[in-house]
Design a protein around this ligand. Structure first.
Ligand code: AHQ
Length: 234
């Protein structure tokens, strides 16, 4: 087995291959969502459960920052916390997600109290936070490269929500509108850091495995939601 460092283009191609095979845009729940086939109950369940993921993203990113000794990397990464927690100038993604929930007819307290949280969603998200705490910081950053594939999914989702789920107040969709550009910027930064700091054969392999792990985190969240809220399993 070679211990050679992968060339930049080969490394990028291998990272992209992971997403093309395993990213959750291909999960049956997302396929049904984007075809307008989800019930109100299933969509509300997805919004309620995804809140646990959104709420934990800044905690995950703070774990990466706490492990990273390089000021130039922390300066790039730190905006992700404000992007979600917000500031005096901007509400942040967590507040936008709570507004999405209210637009779907689920109260913010139901989300804040995890009243609909499925066990499989909790365990997948907790695994992601612990991964960020325990892995070398370049590998944890590489695992966020699922966002390379997020902008297209966000754009498709937005069209589907506006076309099929007209019972949702369109003002609640701000989260997805912002996410298209945020995910593009985030993944560009994460890729540049990954290419520069996954600079050994071992770190490159760990980054590829970390991205596959993260695809499994997102996939198993949807497995749990699919099982809990789609008619087939009623
Ligand atoms: O809304 C999402 C988000 O804030 C993030 C942060 C990022 C990370 O740090 O891992 N990943 C991510 C994702 C978000 N939305 C998902 C979706 O399908 O709505 C996609 C997901 C990702 O691609 O990792």
């Amino acid at each position: 087995m070679t211990t050679e460092l992968l060339h930049r283009e080969t490394f990028i191609a291998k990272l992209r291959e992971v997403g093309e095979r395993a990213y959750h845009d291909k999960h049956p729940f997302h396929v049904a969502m984007n075809e307008g086939l989800l019930s109100t109950d299933a969509l509300r369940g997805w919004v309620a459960n995804r809140f646990y993921y959104q709420h934990n993203i800044p905690i995950k990113d703070a774990a990466i920052l706490s492990n990273c000794p390089l000021r130039e990397v922390r300066r790039v990464w730190i905006h992700r916390i404000i992007d979600h927690d917000g500031s005096s100038e901007n509400e942040g993604g967590i507040e936008a997600w709570l507004r999405l929930s209210e637009a779907c007819g689920v109260s913010r307290n139901e989300l804040l109290e995890d009243r609909h949280l499925q066990p499989g969603v909790r365990f997948a998200v907790d695994a992601y936070v612990n991964f960020a705490r325990m892995q070398p910081w370049p590998v944890a950053i590489a695992s966020s490269l699922t966002e390379l594939f997020a902008p297209d999914l966000m754009a498709t989702r937005l069209v589907a929500f506006e076309k099929f789920y007209t019972w949702i107040d369109p003002n609640g969709l701000d989260y997805f509108r912002r996410r298209v550009t945020q995910a593009r910027r985030d993944s560009g930064e994460a890729l540049a850091i990954t290419l520069e700091h996954c600079n050994t054969h071992e770190l490159q392999n760990a980054a590829i495995r970390g991205l596959k792990f993260k695809c499994d985190v997102l996939w198993s969240m949807l497995d749990a939601i699919h099982y809990a809220y789609t008619r087939a399993n009623r």
